[in-house]
Design a protein. Structure first.
Length: 163
């Protein structure tokens, strides 16, 4: 059974699809794509059915990442099939914890930047939606910085499942 990771932001058109694309590529590069499934969702349904924001797509493609995406809303029922739920900021973290049906499922929720050893203080990935392209590039930098630590943690968990 694959290890399942879901990235969550507000509308699922900027930060979480960016994190999904970057992490999926890290998983592929590590040769773990048969063992790890990666997807994303939003805390709300505002953009459900929409493609990723064109600025997200532009930044991803300019940096060699795939950008296919359709937004959807995170459902509490998903906790039972997910191994790790990655919040992009503390507001998402709180919303997800309120949705978690059990304390054990709430323990599956982590902030993305908690996996970046160089991050300190505020671990939120700022929402680039209301700004320019530079905010999306900053978002990508933060996502990439956290992805290596996240991959190491997920790899350890996957190896633990196989043992």
């Amino acid at each position: 059974m694959p290890y399942r990771v879901c990235f969550v932001c507000t509308g699922n058109i900027c930060r979480s699809p960016m994190a999904q694309s970057v992490f999926r590529e890290r998983v592929r590069e590590a040769g773990l794509d048969d063992l790890i499934e990666v997807d994303s969702a939003g805390t709300g349904a505002w953009h459900e059915g929409d493609c990723a924001d064109p600025r997200t797509v532009s930044v991803l493609e300019a940096n060699g990442y795939a950008s296919e995406h359709v937004a959807r809303e995170f459902q509490a029922s998903w906790f039972s099939r997910l191994d790790l739920v990655i919040a992009l900021d503390s507001g998402h973290l709180q919303a997800l914890r309120r949705l978690a049906p059990t304390p054990e499922e709430a323990e599956k929720i982590r902030l993305l930047r908690s996996f970046d050893p160089s991050a300190s203080g505020d671990l939120d990935v700022p929402d680039p939606y209301y700004g320019g392209l530079a905010g999306f590039e900053e978002c990508l930098d933060m996502v990439e910085a956290a992805s290596e630590g996240l991959l190491a943690a997920v790899r350890k968990a996957v190896e633990g499942q196989a043992a």
